[in-house]
Design a protein around this ligand. Structure first.
Ligand SMILES: [Zn+2]
Ligand SMILES: [Zn+2]
Length: 274
């Protein structure tokens, strides 16, 4: 499998001189499986760049699966600017959760009305299949890829995803919170023995004390999950918009001292999982 980070920031895009090395776009991760399925996780502003890249690839018809962890702004805002969704022959299967008693389709359409944009969800000409999935429902993609959504702690709820193909596993757990004294065992269980864990690392431990109910993790939470779940590599993800490249690189060194397989998810970075 190959994993590429198109957006690694949390909350709001932060372009500028202090975020050049790590990146300023919000959450979007591409997973290419060993049997060439394209899976996209979240549609933050990073998905715009992914769309441009997909358009350059030598396929007549794009078929992709787009998984939403949840529909907070920083995970959906790029969708209207994902140009493959406007190409008639493409097919995008969109999966996520019903939220606050509103259908997923209704929520996604809600950011694309005339007060905000000059076009609507219905104007996207690709074959968009929007489907709600449930906690623990095993999703099969193609011949040999399975995806397990797991409901985790975040305001309004969030899905973590465990993606497995031919014995290799990537786990995405962004926008998750843990109790103050220990990792959430549901996250540890989802991440068990994964080759790569992509985990929320918005805060330092000190910042987390000041944002207890905000639904995010500290980088030490992410390290503890990685250790307890015995994962191969840990990508620290969903960086705080206030954190500069310099600050994040200090966090990376501290994390690596505790867990050598830890690194900062950086925009444009590609990880091969063989
Ligand atoms: Zn977020
Ligand atoms: Zn969120």
């Amino acid at each position: 499998m190959k994993v590429r980070f198109w957006g690694v920031r949390g909350s709001i895009p932060v372009p500028g001189p202090d975020t050049v090395r790590v990146g300023g776009n919000t959450a979007c991760v591409e997973v290419q499986t060993a049997d060439r399925e394209v899976i996209i996780i979240d549609a933050g502003t990073g998905i715009r760049l992914l769309g441009l890249d997909l358009a350059q690839r030598p396929t007549e018809r794009l078929i992709a699966v787009l998984l939403f962890s949840h529909t907070h702004w920083d995970h959906i805002q790029g969708l209207p600017f994902f140009t493959p969704a406007s190409v008639k022959q493409n097919r995008v299967v969109v999966l996520g959760e019903r939220r606050m008693d509103r259908r997923l389709e209704q929520i996604l359409a809600g950011q694309m009305v005339d007060a905000y944009l000059p076009f609507t969800l219905d104007d996207l000409r690709a074959d968009l299949l929007i489907k709600e999935v449930h906690d623990g429902e095993k999703i099969v993609i193609g011949n040999s890829t399975s995806v397990l959504p797991r409901r985790l702690h975040h305001p309004g709820g969030v899905f973590g995803y465990r993606i497995t193909c031919r014995g290799r596993t990537v786990v995405y757990a962004s926008d998750v919170s843990h109790p103050l004294d220990r990792p959430d065992l549901d996250v540890v269980d989802l991440a068990r023995d994964a080759d790569l864990l992509i985990h929320d690392a918005q805060y330092t431990p000190e910042e987390k004390q000041q944002h207890v109910d905000w639904g995010h993790s500290s980088w030490t939470d992410a390290v503890q999950v990685a250790q307890q779940a015995d994962v191969g590599q840990l990508a620290l993800f969903h960086h705080d918009p206030l954190h500069t490249d310099d600050q994040l690189e200090v966090i990376e060194q501290q994390a690596q001292a505790m867990f050598p397989g830890a690194f900062l998810a950086r925009e444009g970075m590609e990880i091969a999982i063989a």
